[in-house]
Structure formats: C-alpha cells, structure tokens
Design a protein around this ligand. Sequence first.
Ligand SMILES: [Zn+2]
Ligand SMILES: [Zn+2]
Length: 156
Amino acid sequence: MTDSASTLRGSCFCKAVSYSVSGPPARSNYCHCSLCQRMHGSPFVHSIHYSASQLQWTHAEPHTNHIQRFQTPSKPWKYRVRCKQCGVMVAGQNTKTDRVNVFAAQMERDEDGKVRGWKTIQPKYHIFYDTRLMDVNDGLPKWSGYAEQSTLLFSG
Ligand SMILES: [Zn+2]
Ligand SMILES: [Zn+2]
C-alpha cells in the first residue's frame, strides 16, 4: 500500500478504530493545558487540528458502533472520541469551530518507527506553556495560552 504525504493514517491502541486525515492541517502544536494533561495523563500532547471534513473513519462500518463520544462538562461544544474496545481517546471534536483534532502519537509509523508525513504535521509551537509540567528546549515558540492570542513566553 502506498501512502502519499497528503493522506495520513492513525488508530487507537487495539486498531478497532482508525482514521485517515487528508490535506494540510489547520494547525499543529504541543499543548500543555491542564485539560489535555488530565485527559491524557501526560505532561503535554502533540495535537493536530483539521476541518471536520478532512477526517474520515476507516474502520469497519457502521463507524459509530466502534466509537463513543464524551462531552466535556466545562466546554460542552467539545467532545472526545474513544474506542469502545480499548478505551483510548483517538480524536477531539469541536462543534463550535467544526474542527477535529488527532494525536501524532497514534499516527502510522514507517519501518524506522518514525511518524509518516512528519513534515506535514510537525508542530509549529507550544501552547499553554504557562501550565507546563516540564521545560522543553526544542527551539519552537512558546505561548502562555493560545498562539497569537496570549503572551509569547519564548520566541524559540
Ligand atoms: Zn481500540
Ligand atoms: Zn490542551
């Protein structure tokens, strides 16, 4: 199977839920917000945002039989999508902006273990760096909140 750089694939832990994303992402960043930290149990998350129409489920139909949607109580327009079988969160959905986000850590790897299409999805900056659990010295810009809408804490 060939894999063009414009279509990338990902899946949950057990692979019962899988997806493809097409075209360039709307944004790609590392998020250090406390919501991501709690939901993922991780200091920060590489999140890649697309228009909802860019994401296609690729697992067995009917697609909704395999996924479970959870509303975020503090932000009811935001949903998390989980695999019913392994319980892993595979995507986020924002019904206000009609965007979805997926996670680089769950995307398909090449023979060397590198994420395919990395150039397309590589993060451009860190957001919510104020609530970080660790410093990251990777030379990328770091915003206190959302990019361009908060304080630029480090320019690189
Ligand atoms: Zn699964
Ligand atoms: Zn976040």
